[in-house]
Design a protein around this ligand. Structure first.
Ligand code: PLP
Length: 362
């Protein structure tokens, strides 16, 4: 029996989706492939509230984080840094020789829109990158506020890493004026890893067409050219596309978008209530808590290893330790993808019982 994952990705994949992923393979230049590809894109556009491009890249999210900078930055990039993944995006700029500055705040906090405005007003930047949901800290960035600021700077590309939020937390990409919004399939999409779903604005496509060194593999112009033919430039992760098609159908036509967003909010509310009742404390500053995962402070002497070991041994499920610089100070519980409120209630009952038995309570 496998351990059910309550970690912030990869996540538990529904049996129906595992079946879709394991469908007999087809050639990626065949009509059979193109039929699934062309049926999936409009559903993705609905889920991302966009009438612009949605492209599929066969790589994990990091590939498109790098690709966004290479395709769009011609001057200098400005990036928020408030956790491990936003720090990674800043480092990626350096690895590519792309000039970049960071707007850094301590882990657990979000970058404030006033500081963003001040930095953009210098006129140095043509790309702004923000991680919407910092998976390492459980901080949800104020995207709506950033969006208001970005309206003053129409030449600045607004790129968002929505890796642990997309398909779990509602993101109205066109309304927010996003130029790139990206996420891998192994988190709120509830699928195995292998593809990066990427919304790209028409403005970003036009800019990518003027890039001097956009890169070969994650090349926006090339990807759009093939997407227009319901294909991808290189061999795609065909099993993941089959799963993504089934999942998009489920999200749009079975669960319904509003129900999906509400279920995630309900799970967040339940988790916050449990955190309080169990005597724990959330790591992110109040008002900036993620909808899809909770990062929780470990009280002094808290034995996370024993708790997680017992969860696995007795109940065949696991939660997650902290990540990066705050690995020892925090632990994380995901409430994303196709997890239900009842499953979360059950998980908390199990945790409460183990904490009581082992005296590793908060
Ligand atoms: C917010 C965020 N950004 C980027 C990444 C990198 O994604 P990947 O490892 O799939 O490339 C992750 C992975 O957990 C993440 O949580």
């Amino acid at each position: 029996m496998h351990d059910r994952l309550f970690i912030p990705g990869p996540v538990e994949v529904r049996p129906e989706l595992l079946k879709a992923v394991a469908s007999p393979q087809v050639g990626h230049r065949t009509q059979a492939y193109m039929d699934v590809h062309s049926a999936t894109i409009p559903l993705l556009k609905k889920i991302l509230y966009t009438e612009q491009e949605v492209l599929l890249f066969t790589c994990s999210a990091t590939g498109v984080m790098e690709g966004s900078l290479r395709n769009l930055c011609q001057k200098k990039a400005l990036l928020t840094v408030n956790g491990a993944f936003s720090k990674r995006w800043y480092q990626i700029a350096g690895f590519n020789g792309i000039p970049a500055d960071k707007l850094e705040v301590p882990m657990g906090k979000a970058v404030m829109p006033e500081d963003l405005d001040k930095a953009l007003a210098t006129g140095q930047y043509d790309v702004f990158c923000a991680v919407f949901n910092e998976t390492s800290t459980g901080v949800r960035a104020p995207l709506e506020k950033y969006s208001e600021v970005l309206k003053k700077y129409p030449d600045v590309m607004f790129c968002v890493d929505a890796v642990s939020a997309m398909a779990g937390d509602k993101i109205e990409t066109d309304k927010l004026g996003l130029d790139v919004c990206l996420a891998g399939t192994q988190k709120c999409w509830g699928l195995p890893t292998g593809m990066c779903v990427t919304m790209i604005s028409n403005k970003a496509m036009a800019k990518a067409a003027t890039a001097k060194a956009p890169g070969y593999y994650v090349n926006f112009v090339d990807a759009k050219k093939y997407n227009d033919k319901h294909q991808t430039p290189h061999t795609p992760a065909i099993p993941i596309l089959f799963g993504l098609h089934a999942q998009c159908n489920h999200i749009v036509n079975v669960e319904g978008l509003d129900n999906r967003w509400k279920r995630h909010l309900d799970m967040q509310k339940l988790t916050h209530q449990w955190v309080k009742e169990a005597g724990f404390e959330l790591f992110p500053e109040k008002g900036y808590e993620s909808v899809t995962l909770s990062c929780i402070k470990k009280p002094d002497g808290f034995d996370f290893k024993t708790l997680n070991g017992q969860l696995s041994k007795k109940h065949h499920c696991v939660i997650s330790n902290g990540y990066g610089d705050i690995k020892e100070q925090t632990f994380r519980i995901a409430h994303m993808a196709d997890t239900t409120v009842d499953e979360m209630k059950q998980l908390f009952k199990w945790i409460d019982a183990i904490l009581a038995e082992t005296h590793v309570s908060a």
